[in-house]
Design a protein around this ligand. Structure first.
Ligand code: C2E
Ligand code: CA
Ligand code: CA
Ligand code: CA
Length: 274
């Protein structure tokens, strides 16, 4: 039994070594991907619930990884955050998104664009100057860009300072996945936000969980008091959309209106009336 235990320890060490190696490899590959143009940005429409018009688009990154296909962000954002690669990655996404918004404008579609920014990125010194450089060189009006952050920013002093500066620069700020993190009413009233995004876990439970309707109504009322707009995420059925519109939610996003799609698909969709 003792020898067996020793084997297990050795096997454990070997697996740990393999994991560390795989991680090193993934990190190196991600670095290459960022510099080598393997990141692809898809855009998901955000619609005005009152008119059904598309008003903006959320930029969602993917990695076209050679031999592995198109990877979703859940496969690599964590690694990017741990390794600091989130900073150059985020800059690529911002450049793509700002450039796309300007291009849409040139095609006669006046759309805003929203970009996910992780707390780690915000907390990195020089975030605002870099952001400013990107929108200036793209030629995008600051108020056409919305930065989406999660409630985790509140636990991070430098990120929070950076966020306040971003908003002062005229860029809009959205609180993503609202209600799933550490929401604090005291932070909410202290720091203004332009948009509150109601997480998919709430909208997905509509009609299934008796308390959900009340909770969503409260989020909408709270946003209104704070002077923020609401975007409901993960809308998949017309019933959900109707209920949210009646409840006073301003905007919605979800597969019902459109899945994340690349710029070429957007162009094709425009001719069919998106
Ligand atoms: P998120 O910001 O909450 O983005 C919404 C996610 O929900 C997206 O997943 C989107 O494809 C998915 N979704 C949209 N509508 C529906 C629907 O009707 N039903 C269902 N089931 N899902 C829907 P995605 O693209 O896999 O992104 C996952 C997360 O990765 C994002 O969640 C965001 O937190 C993060 N992420 C994406 N792009 C970036 C980026 O450029 N930078 C950073 N820091 N994070 C990013
Ligand atoms: Ca988001
Ligand atoms: Ca979200
Ligand atoms: Ca999410």
């Amino acid at each position: 039994a003792k020898r067996d235990g020793g084997n297990r320890v050795r096997q454990f060490r070997r697996e740990m070594g393999e994991q560390a190696l795989a991680r090193q490899r993934d990190k190196a590959d991600l670095r290459t991907a960022i510099d080598g143009g393997e990141l692809v940005v898809h855009y998901q429409p955000i619609v005005d619930l009152a008119t059904s018009a598309v008003t903006s688009a959320e930029a969602l990154v993917r990695w076209q990884r050679p031999g592995r296909g198109l990877l979703g962000p859940d496969a690599f954002i964590g690694l990017a955050e741990e390794t600091g690669l989130i900073v150059p990655l985020g800059e690529k996404v911002l450049e793509a998104a700002c450039g796309q918004a300007v291009r849409w404008n040139g095609e006669g579609r006046s759309l805003g664009v929203t970009v996910n920014v992780s707390t780690r990125e915000l907390a990195t010194p020089g975030f605002l100057p870099r952001l400013d450089r990107v929108i200036t060189s793209a030629g995008l009006a600051p108020n056409r860009l919305t930065v989406e952050v999660t409630e985790s920013v509140w636990a991070d002093e430098p990120a929070m300072r950076s966020l306040v500066a971003v908003r002062e620069a005229g860029i809009r700020v959205a609180l993503d996945d609202f209600g799933t993190g550490y929401s604090s009413l005291s932070y909410l009233q202290r720091y203004p936000f332009d948009v509150v995004k109601i997480d998919r876990s709430f909208t997905g439970a509509l009609g299934r969980n008796g308390r959900t309707e009340g909770v969503i109504r409260c989020i909408i009322a709270l946003a209104e008091v704070l002077g923020a707009k609401t975007v409901a995420e993960g809308i998949e059925t017309p019933e959900q959309a109707d209920w949210l519109r009646d409840a006073g939610c301003s905007y919605a996003q979800g597969y019902l209106f459109g899945r994340p799609a690349d710029a070429a698909e957007w162009k094709a969709a425009a001719s069919t009336g998106w």
